[in-house]
Write a protein that binds this ligand. Structure first.
Ligand code: ADP
Length: 446
């Protein structure tokens, strides 16, 4: 069934990205918004905007019943959650299923399975994906954890079963650290996710973060290759790029992720995240059951409109593309232009007195910013995603530098000076990058 109207339950650049896809498809666009976003670009451009006023600005986007009421009031066929907020909330998906409103994403059952890292590890191991050695059940006793660590070897990492956003993780190097570390992780997990369960996994030293973009229709799945996202601070990505792997490796891991997605009956866009160690071995981390910030990298190198494909699946259309029709052309890099100071990563909200974002051949810039935009301090600090494409990685880097130089933002601080330095840094240029890159390159902050 073709959607007539879709409600966007999100804000910022991703709300604008979804709005554009809906418009392309001839679907009426509705959006909810809090007080801070009433003058934002996606709200002004939508056909219908529904205010949800709350004292805490985040609550406008987290109030499940208010969002559902908004969808009913304006007769929306479906809700697009974007990323963050309610995008991975299985209770929200369940409530929409009860109300007969389509959720653009997987079913509540699949969401519940994938939201639990212990269960997701089990399901993906059963589908043949390589996982890091670790516990297949929650662990709360130091004795049990240290017995396991003796078997698999130190260092290990304690992780929250319900984890996300890098919260509730702790590296452990010796048995006597377990008691304290378990207590800390469990209490962090309880307060962040309402679920104290943690598990232990082998810590992969010198790892790279590599993730696969997948699309499933409930029966079959195809992949759009990988993105390399190892440049992170506090487990959050700053620079993403692709492609990264040799074609044979892509084909091998790609086939595995498609099998994993098909086996759980996955519907919609998903990202399968992995770590790859120095020997080139892959370890499954988690599935992100939603559109991701960096889907844009894949759109640039494959030429496929991923957001539209995700909406089509939710409309009940099967995947008509075959794996052979997916090919990769050139190289794309994305720099996250966060409104933060480029040394301490402290948020820098405020008014954009003037701004100019680059465009031109091989450049894409996804942003909700404009002259006069008041960047609120209460939400995520992502202001713009700047992408550069080139025939080769070096060409993409050269074009990114041109684009960063061209960007003008007056009024707030951004990560642009940091990105300029990264683009010139010799290990980055040589592709010698692990998830410790930022820690090991403190000169970038000097
Ligand atoms: P979250 O869901 O909180 O983002 P992930 O499991 O996706 O957690 O891990 C996020 C990041 O944490 C990874 O990109 C990596 O930097 C680090 N990490 C997680 N598990 C391991 C591990 N077993 N070994 C080394 N680093 C890890």
């Amino acid at each position: 069934m073709a959607f007539k109207r879709v409600l966007i339950a999100n804000r910022g650049e991703i709300a604008l990205r979804i709005l554009r896809a809906l418009r392309d498809m001839g679907i009426s666009v509705a959006i909810i918004h809090g007080r801070e976003d009433r003058l934002s670009l996606p709200v002004r451009l939508s056909d219908v905007a529904i205010p949800i006023r709350r004292d805490n600005p985040l609550d406008s986007y987290l109030d499940i019943e208010a969002v559902i009421q908004a969808a009913k009031d304006i007769d929306a066929d479906a809700i697009h959650p974007g990323y963050g907020f309610l995008a991975e909330n299985a209770n929200f998906v369940r409530r929409l299923e009860e109300e007969g409103i389509t959720f653009i994403g997987p079913s509540s059952e699949v969401m519940t399975l994938l939201g639990d890292k212990i269960e997701a590890r089990k399901a993906m191991e059963a589908a043949g994906l390589p996982i890091a050695q670790g516990s297949s059940e929650p662990i709360d006793e130091a004795g049990v954890a240290s017995a396991l660590a003796d078997k698999i070897g130190y260092p290990v990492i304690i992780k929250a079963a319900a984890g996300g956003g890098g919260i509730g993780m702790q590296i452990v190097n010796a048995a006597d650290e377990f008691a304290g570390a378990l207590k800390l992780c469990r209490s962090r997990a309880r307060s962040a996710f309402g679920d104290a369960r943690v598990f232990v996994e082998k810590y992969i030293v010198g790892a790279q973060h590599i993730e696969f973009q997948v699309l499933g229709d409930g029966e079959k799945a195809i992949h759009f290759g990988e993105r390399f996202c190892s440049i992170q601070r506090r487990h959050q990505k700053l620079v993403e790029e692709g492609p990264w792997l040799e074609p044979e490796v892509r084909e091998k891991i790609g086939a595995l992720v498609c099998r994993g997605a098909a086996q759980v009956g996955y519907k919609g866009l998903a990202t399968f995240e992995f770590l790859r160690d120095k020997n080139g071995d892959f370890y499954f981390l988690e599935v992100n059951p939603r559109v991701q910030v960096e889907h844009t990298v894949t759109e640039m190198i494959t030429g496929h409109n991923l957001v539209e494909l995700g909406i089509r699946i939710a409309q009940g259309e099967p995947i008509t593309l075959s794996q052979d029709e997916i090919s990769w052309h050139g190289h794309a890099i994305q720099c996250r232009i966060n409104a933060e100071d480029p040394v301490g990563f402290i948020p820098s909200p405020g008014k954009l007195w003037d701004c100019h974002f680059p465009s031109g051949y091989g450049i894409r810039c996804d942003t909700h910013a404009h002259v006069g935009y008041d960047m609120p301090g209460c939400f995520d600090s992502l202001l713009a995603k700047l992408l550069a494409w080139g025939e080769t990685r070096d060409a993409a880097i050269a074009r990114m530098k041109t684009a960063l130089d061209e960007t003008r933002i007056i009024g707030i601080e951004t990560l642009i000076p940091l990105h300029r330095r990264i683009m010139d840094e010799s290990d980055f240029r040589a592709r010698d990058i692990t998830i410790q890159y930022v820690d090991e390159h403190q000169e970038l902050f000097g």
